[in-house]
Design a protein around this ligand. Structure first.
Ligand code: ZN
Length: 161
């Protein structure tokens, strides 16, 4: 049981703000059952605006499933209000962009996928529906006549109190 933050780090060029289409963004995670240690090879989509009922029907969660190995029902939720964007002044540093409340499971891997939004620095230009599957992205903004770029993306999970 605990809260785990997803932190990202990236190099930005002419990017003021990088964010997801919260609360409809699908965080793609690989999950580990902390009961038996089983790591599923599958990517799971965790979306704050989507919830599913558990077996007991007592609560709804952003993710709930029985572990295939030990049969335990595990769940995970995105902590409301934990969503944050990555900004130009965060460059080169790890920053938490979301916190997961984990019950019986923990994330082991994250892949950024699609549906990111980039606000260009010193420009009114906003690029949306950006695909960061390759962990990098580059475009050209005619207004500032400069490339807009995201590169060197790294991810890690950290325990939060
Ligand atoms: Zn298990």
């Amino acid at each position: 049981m605990g809260k785990i933050a997803l932190q990202i780090k990236a190099a930005l060029e002419n990017v003021e703000e990088l964010k997801t289409i919260h609360p409809d963004y699908a965080f793609m995670l690989k999950l580990k059952c902390t009961g038996c240690g089983e790591v599923s090879d599958k990517w799971h989509d965790i979306v704050e605006s989507q919830t599913f009922p558990g077996k007991t029907g007592r609560s709804e969660n952003n993710y709930i499933a029985k572990c295939k190995m030990c049969g335990r029902e595990n769940s995970l939720d995105i902590v409301k209000g934990s969503n944050a964007s990555y900004r130009d002044y965060d460059q080169g540093k790890f920053k938490s962009i979301v916190v997961f409340e984990c019950r019986g499971i923990e994330p082991t891997e994250f892949t950024p996928g699609e549906s990111w939004i980039v606000k260009v620095k010193e420009s009114s230009r906003v690029f949306d529906n950006i695909d960061l599957s390759e962990k990098e992205w580059v475009e050209y903004d005619e207004k500032i006549q400069q490339p807009v770029e995201i590169s060197d993306m790294e991810f890690r999970f950290t325990n939060v109190k």
